[in-house]
Write a protein that binds this ligand. Sequence first.
Ligand code: NDP
Length: 457
Amino acid sequence: MSDAKSDFDYDLFVIGGGSGGVRAARVAAGEYGARVGLAEEDRYGGTCVIRGCVPKKLMVFASTYRDAFGDAREYGWDVNDGPFDWHIFADKMRSELDRLEGVYRNLLDGSGVDKFDARATLKDAHTVTLSTGEEKTAKHILIASGGRPVRPDLKNAELGIVSDDIFHLESLPRSMLIIGGGYIACEFACILHGLGVDVTMYYRGGQILNGFDDEARGLVAEQMRARGIAMHSGASVLEMEEREGGIWTKATTGAEKIFDKVLFATGRKPNSDNMGLEALGVEMERNGAIKVNEYSQSGVPSVYAIGDVTDRVNLTPVAIREGMAFVKTVFGGEPTPVDHELIASAVFTQPEMGTVGMTEEEAEAQEPIEVYATSFRPMQTAFADRSDRVMMKLVVSKANRTVLGCHIVAPQAGEMIQLAGIAVKMGATKEQFDQTCAVHPTMSEELVTMRTPVRTS
Ligand code: NDP
């Protein structure tokens, strides 16, 4: 509730106009009548809308047409595929991002939030200084400043680009080296390969997508390799130099090669530098993540933080939920901890991977389990003579039959896991999955028809 007697300029000042910050600001103002100010130094919409999920997904869509043309011919269509025109696509993508940024600005205006197109730093526990020179005071300050991609500490690393730069490329390179094996590396490897770029990946571990179910990430890797992506495990860049014809690289494996572009997809870092946080006594992790409690409150009571700057679960819907929980706690008088359990997510590789709950390896370390899994060639692409395989997998507790984890590798796995995630979040048992009648013919019907465990422990 807004505090009529408050001497502060605002009840809430939000730093950062990304998904989490905008949601918190407009709900606090629109639903609870709080007086809210928000500062954004770049573009409204943040990483997700401007340089992450949204343009990435548009690029995923663009990149899938190459396979679709081939499939269409197998299905009897007389289709000719020409080259992909980056300029046509990129212009349209950038216009769409402009439109979405406008939507975000309008949402704030419509809720009565004062916007400041400026960088904000903290002067004290209730005061922010803007890069325009203005100072604003607030009863509560919410830091939702997100994160940014980082390059490794390597000589000439600035010769490589990061994910933010992909959307601004003037033209598509002929060849690209991608360093890293996480979400961003794998998604862009598939996207760029689909758009016709010759893609090589170097990842330092034994397998891509660390932390995901071993069998699922193994299948994604196998399919990426089968599509023609040159994947090198146990490899990283040791040296790089600008040379005639591109960027010369020397790998830890000894391989020397020239690429048009090098992309560092080697992780992200919270945006908490030079914000006055240390001086204020706001505690941070070594990587700069702001330490917060279950209500997103920092050690300084008036300062809260949500989203990637806290490095909890770095996903847009999580930042939005953290923002909503913050508003309910602070302005709704209803202390609401953030629930970080059983969050479903998808990696938009080709094929996609959808996952919720524990991996087989995590579950096995915790308790005796049964594993139900099946892998097969799906009807649509098998008919088109493609060798693509999909996988459906359930990890089940032996003790109480709860489905502890669900892992799907398939086209549209992101869509499937959203729905399977509801059942897993509700604590459904394997028997409850089995009581659900199959939808036929679909790929996901296998989730309710697997009768015999492939492994038990
Ligand atoms: P990740 O942490 O997922 O992956 C980073 C990769 O870089 C890992 O393979 C890591 O290896 C490797 N790496 C780190 N440092 C070095 C180094 N110095 N030299 C070589 N390799 C290195 O980060 P991303 O940047 O891919 O993604 C960041 C986060 O953004 C994700 O964790 C996710 O939360 C979010 N995201 C979500 C998406 C989605 O939901 N679809 C899409 C994109 C991002 P190792 O594994 O050995 O540590």
